[in-house]
Design a binder for this molecule. Structure first.
Ligand code: MLT
Ligand code: MN
Ligand code: ZN
Length: 304
């Protein structure tokens, strides 16, 4: 058994994004068109309801904790049910929330060594003192147990695997490293319960399709509806491909790619504020719903 709490479904910037005046962000700000506000992508997972592990620490983490009683302190003067954080890449929207967790509560930070070295190279992350925060490298394809701060097992088991991605935006421009592992996906298990977290992904490769086949639940990259929507909308010069994010629509898109992969629940995460599927009554939302995909409001809790 597992409990999974959606802390945020939006991509970098959130909905609304601080400087964005697009229709979706305006509606979210003003409360119109049924478009709710959404924090930057992250979920929390627990086997017992008492101890939680975050997948990524979004820049909205302080508010996400405040908004979700599952993550509030339970006893004593200083306490947090958050026992650990797993990072799936080094993007700002995956790591900035770590700075919120600097007040001396113990937890374990799990990340691939490429992401741990980004943290080591940025001394601001030294606010997470090694006295309280253990940094544990994630090795690909080697299942490992998540432990509680006192060393007891949490009940949760994780297997990480590489997915097509790219270096974080702020590191672009260096010499490309073809062997670099920039983005990982996660399989989280407790007994017979399991789900996958792949909230950044440039392509559904045959290997990935095979891995996900038969899964009860997958969180998947929902950044864009259409590869060039940010260009068409006048928001940015970048395509989804350029950002290593697969679009929902199109022949190579996630809706089409998953048609031949048997997955019981398919949930989009990391949905950019340019994505028309944020409109609950849009043709795009209708299309993805018909194809068996879900977009969940922040604060949704799932039992598996
Ligand atoms: C991404 O998801 O591609 C990044 O969050 C982009 C960014 O850092 O602006
Ligand atoms: Mn992002
Ligand atoms: Zn916007």
């Amino acid at each position: 058994m597992m409990r999974i709490l959606v802390l945020g479904a939006a991509a970098g910037g959130g909905v609304p994004q601080w400087n964005c005046n697009c229709g979706i962000c305006r509606s979210a700000r003003q409360g119109g068109n049924g478009i709710g506000r959404s924090a930057q992508a992250s979920v929390a997972v627990s086997a017992d309801g008492d101890h939680w592990f975050l997948i990524n620490a979004s820049p909205d983490l302080r508010q996400q904790i405040t908004d979700n009683p599952q993550l509030h302190p339970r006893h004593g003067l200083r306490h947090s049910p958050i026992s650990g954080v797993l990072l799936t890449n080094g993007d700002v929207d995956a790591i900035a929330g770590l700075l919120t967790m600097r007040e001396g509560s113990p937890f374990t930070l799990y990340a691939h060594d490429n992401v741990l070295s980004i943290l080591r190279a940025n001394s601001i992350f030294n606010v997470l003192s090694p006295v309280h925060v253990k940094r544990q490298p994630i090795r690909l394809e080697e299942p490992f147990a998540l432990t509680l701060p006192d060393g007891r097992p949490s009940g949760l088991k994780v297997t990480a695997f590489a997915v097509p991605g790219k270096v974080p935006l702020y590191l672009e421009g260096g010499a490309p490293d073809p062997d670099a592992v920039d983005t990982i996906g996660l399989l989280i298990e407790n007994g017979d319960s399991r789900f996958y977290y792949v909230a950044a992904c440039a392509e559904v490769t045959p290997d990935l399709a095979e891995r996900l086949a038969g899964a009860p639940m997958v969180f998947f990259d929902g950044t864009l509806w259409q590869d060039d929507e940010m260009i068409k909308g006048g928001l940015s010069a970048k395509t989804g491909r350029r950002m290593a994010h697969l679009a929902m629509s199109g022949a190579q898109g996630s809706i089409e790619s998953f048609k031949s992969i048997a997955v019981d629940r398919k949930i989009y995460l990391h949905i950019n504020n340019s994505n028309p599927a944020w409109h609950p009554d849009s043709p795009e939302r209708h299309h993805l719903t018909q194809a068996g995909w879900e977009i969940l409001p922040d604060g949704t809790e799932i039992s598996l």
